[in-house]
Design a protein around this ligand. Structure first.
Ligand SMILES: Nc1nc2c(c(=O)[nH]1)N[C@H]1C(S)=C(S)[C@@H](COP(=O)(O)OP(=O)(O)OC[C@H]3O[C@@H](n4cnc5c(=O)[nH]c(N)nc54)[C@H](O)[C@@H]3O)O[C@H]1N2
Ligand SMILES: Nc1nc2c(c(=O)[nH]1)N[C@H]1C(S)=C(S)[C@@H](COP(=O)(O)OP(=O)(O)OC[C@H]3O[C@@H](n4cnc5c(=O)[nH]c(N)nc54)[C@H](O)[C@@H]3O)O[C@H]1N2
Ligand SMILES: [Mo]
Length: 770
């Protein structure tokens, strides 16, 4: 049993700050964004360091932005190739605030758990390895060697390798992720849950099934050339701000943008590009030509209606669907059309909740265009029917023949800066037989053949006592996974939990019997070995592999690079007796890259090909090669409507990001574009619903969810009136994860239902003044 003193609350303290509301902004970026960029940079890093780092970020010889995975142009802008939120991510990692042994001696885990996630993150970079021993409430320093020996001893104690879990968050480099994935396999398990299980797994599944590759097909330049870009379930102004530059170029070239989203997000209204005079001094560029405010999780009826209307036009003129393409490259057209005929237009219209006039405009924009790109993110993936959502959008792309040519294709916009690369080099819970063959051939050991745990299975295994060691290469598993209390219990039942991390978060405070913190470098920092400056590689959202080399002085001389941490763990575990020379690889990353070329699919001559701006991995969709699919064809699919049903007093809640956070890392308390300042504990509600419930603006309420006879409660949120469909709510993650049941997730992909949680609003008048 755990020491009761360490049985700290899992959730975030429910404190309010002084909220201020204003009108949502009708543009993104502009002068204010530049000011915010500099403000965050200067406050955390000082002026000189800020400018040095910002001018190196995303340059060909610099480091890759640690924020999102959006691609870089072939020739990055010399005045700076970054956005406000990339700059915040940099300032957050390169902060001058540091915490080490003395800090932890004076602050117990209990005391630290009383801080909010925002306050925890503000404490700064962790500067030395630390251990929390059984029964103690204080982290104490530990030497690196002792830490590796402790981990090796615990791993040896397990009756089965399948009792260990190796989680990865998408910030790791290809090199670190490759070594980590290979160590897990050499140790004997495929238990490699990954942040992508909670993120784009639905995209990976849908794309693999229909197009034969789990990644998108477009390159950055394709967006510039597209005739129509659909942005569905994604908020680029906040989460992928540099994408707005690409949308702007599309518009300048005469293209059109369609936004499909329950919210009209500022970045899709208008963009004031800070790199241009028009953007800084003028009105900027209008982005979306049409905005379709779809009800949450009703994309399928909307798409069916759009496709039905296009089919009707197609019957009148030959131009609308690309019949040559359909005939040559796809399978399932007749079945799809037969199925579509069974739906009533009026019913689809009611379900999606969008005005017909807007749908007709959309159909008008799409009808005679074929260079179409669909971009999407979490608004499509994090539903029970996440995979089906994406398949339905792929139907539209296939019917229009919008693949395998410039300006057309699929664009799942990835989250973490290297989440795609981590998967490409072998972070996966499922078994890839070809990969295993290459591992045997080039690394000299046999990888396990049994499927491992993804995120939801890992939570359950720990909860049920079937897994006893949890190691995380980055991330914040506790706050990122659904059902915070359940996940906390799961972690607390482990014998050992290990966090390789840069900054403190709640996963360091709710731990197994023994816990380790292994501090590592951020992207922006110099990784030197024997006087040699090392670099790593990453893969962006468009499948391009590129090198990244930091330039700042590391936060401390006691931190270790991720590849070296993994190499040392492996070496200590195998006591030097293993076909892989782990230490040599941890020292010299070019040896890792050489093995990646041999073992991971598509990588080739990486060391030479990343010398300049990098290289694209092969992508069958770009060549219209569907030979790996049934009958060698891309698959049109039949997807049923969402089964989501709410009762009279229930709402559908989507848990989304504010403008001032990176996932569970909270940079600040403002959501400028949505007009909310100095508070995160808010719930956005349609004014009609506020009136119907007899609530007042800013009134304090609780939210409850009721799945499988279990009531879950998220306490104390202030009601914010907002333009959101009636019956729908939005609130920020991770504060709302307590509401999301661990055992409700997307079919096939197992992604938690973070964007369609059914909740009730519980009035709380006595809390009004809190
Ligand atoms: N600054 C910053 N950048 C980030 C991140 C961050 O936290 N901060 N996170 C990174 C990561 S890991 C990821 S995965 C991405 C996430 O990027 P996004 O997916 O843009 O992030 P969310 O805030 O989850 O936004 C989801 C969007 O989908 C909409 N939506 C919700 N439900 C539906 C629906 O049913 N249908 C449709 N059509 N739309 C819907 C919401 O209104 C919202 O605009 O961003 C990455 N980049
Ligand atoms: N309700 C709800 N839940 C969600 C989502 C949602 O939209 N709604 N989104 C989901 C998505 S899309 C994702 S991707 C997951 C995110 O899940 P995670 O990837 O697990 O979470 P992050 O918040 O990105 O992890 C932040 C931590 O990573 C560490 N870190 C930062 N940089 C580095 C580095 O360079 N190296 C190492 N080793 N550590 C580093 C820091 O300690 C920091 O505290 O959350 C998921 N959870
Ligand atoms: Mo993500």
């Amino acid at each position: 049993m755990n020491d009761p003193k360490r049985d700290v609350a899992a959730g975030i303290p429910e404190k309010f700050s002084n909220i201020r509301l204003s009108k949502p902004m009708d543009y993104a970026a502009g002068k204010l964004a530049v000011a915010k960029t500099l403000q965050h940079g200067f406050m955390e890093m000082g002026v000189v360091k800020s400018f040095r780092a910002l001018f190196s970020m995303n340059q060909n010889d610099g480091f890759d932005c640690p924020s999102c995975a959006w691609g870089d142009p072939e020739h990055p802008s010399k005045i700076g190739e970054y956005c406000e939120n990339g700059a915040k991510a940099l300032a957050d990692e390169a902060t001058n605030s540091h915490i080490g042994a003395t800090f932890f001696k004076n602050n117990s885990v209990e005391e630290l758990a009383r801080l909010t996630d925002y306050e925890l993150n503000k404490l700064g970079r962790i500067t030395e390895p630390l251990v929390l021993r059984p029964g103690s409430v204080y982290y104490a320093p530990i030497s690196w060697q002792e830490a590796f020996e402790l981990m090796a001893a615990e791993l040896h104690k397990l009756p089965s390798p399948d009792e260990a879990i190796f989680y990865t968050s998408g910030r790791s480099s290809n090199e670190a992720a490759f070594l980590y994935g290979m160590f897990a396999r050499a140790f004997g398990t495929n238990n490699m849950p990954d942040c992508s299980n909670m993120c784009h797994e639905s995209s990976g599944v849908a794309l693999s099934e229909t197009l034969g590759i789990g990644k998108g097909s477009v390159k950055l330049e394709d967006l510039h050339e597209a005739e129509v870009i659909i942005v569905a379930g994604q908020n680029p102004g906040t989460n992928h701000p540099r994408m707005l530059t690409a949308l702007e170029k599309c518009k300048e070239n005469g293209g059109h943008v369609i936004s499909i989203n329950p919210l009209e997000e500022s970045g899709l209204v208008r963009f004031k590009n800070p790199q241009t005079i028009k953007g800084m001094l003028g009105n900027g560029e209008q982005i979306a030509d049409v905005h379709l405010p779809v009800r949450i999780n009703q994309d399928i009826p909307l798409l069916k209606l759009i496709i039905k209307k296009l089919a009707l036009l197609d019957q009148k003129s030959e131009q609308v669907f690309d019949h040559n393409f359909i005939e040559k490259y796809t399978q399932g057209y007749n079945d799809l059309m037969t199925d579509l005929a069974t739906y009533e237009e009026a019913d689809l219209l009611v379900k999606c909740g969008v005005e017909e006039e807007l749908i007709n405009q959309t159909v008008g924009l799409l009808a005679n265009k074929s260079k179409i790109i669909v971009c999407w993110a979490m608004g499509l993936t994090q539903h029970k029917n996440g995979v089906a959502n994406i398949r339905e959008y792929i139907n539209l792309i296939l019917l229009k023949g919008a693949l395998g040519k410039p300006g057309a294709g699929t664009c799942p916009v990835r989250g973490h800066s290297n989440v795609q690369g981590d998967r490409s080099v072998g972070i996966m819970h499922f078994v890839d037989k070809d990969l295993n063959k290459r591992i045997a051939e080039h690394l000299g050991f046999n990888a396990p053949e049994k499927e491992g745990f993804d995120v939801v299975k890992a939570m359950q295994a720990m909860h049920e006592g079937k897994a006893k060691i949890f190691m995380a290469l980055g991330g914040n598993f506790l706050m990122a996974a659904s059902d915070t209390e359940y996940t906390a219990d799961a972690l607390k039942r482990c014998d050992l939990t290990v966090q390789v991390s840069t900054k403190l978060n709640r996963s360091h405070l709710v731990t197994g019997k023994t816990a380790l913190i292994l501090p590592t470098f951020g992207r922006s920092e110099k990784d030197e070995k024997a006087g040699e400056l090392r670099y790593i590689t990453v893969e962006n959202s468009m499948g391009k592999v590129k090198k990244s080399r930091g330039l700042l002085k590391p936060a401390s001389n006691k931190i270790m690079s991720e590849p070296e941490i993994v190499a040392n763990l492996a070496h200590t575990y195998f006591k030097g007796n293993h076909p892989v020379d782990w230490i040599a690889m941890g020292d010299d990353y070019s040896l890792i890259r050489d093995k990646i070329d041999k073992v991971a699919k598509g990588f080739d001559s990486t060391e030479q090909r990343i010398k300049n701006s990098g290289y694209y991995l092969p992508n069958n969709v770009r060549n219209l090669d569907f030979s790996m699919l049934p009958n060698g064809k891309a698959q049109l699919t039949i997807n049923s409507l969402s089964e989501l049903r709410t009762k009279k007093d229930e709402f559908v809640l989507m848990t989304i990001r504010s403008h001032d956070q990176f996932n569970t890392t909270i940079y600040g308390l403002d959501d400028r574009y949505r007009g909310v300042y100095n508070e995160r504990r808010v719930v956005f509600m349609n004014p009609k619903d506020i009136k119907k419930l007899g609530l007042k603006d800013l009134e304090v309420v609780d939210m409850t969810s009721h799945y499988d006879n279990t009531k879950r409660t998220a306490k104390k949120f202030k009601i914010v009136p907002y333009a959101i469909p009636v019956g729908n709510l939005a609130a920020y993650y991770p504060e709302t994860n307590v509401l999301i049941p661990y055992n409700h997730f997307a079919d096939q992909s197992h992604t938690p239902i973070s964007k369609s949680v059914i909740v009730k609003i519980v009035g709380n008048r006595e809390l009004e003044t809190v």
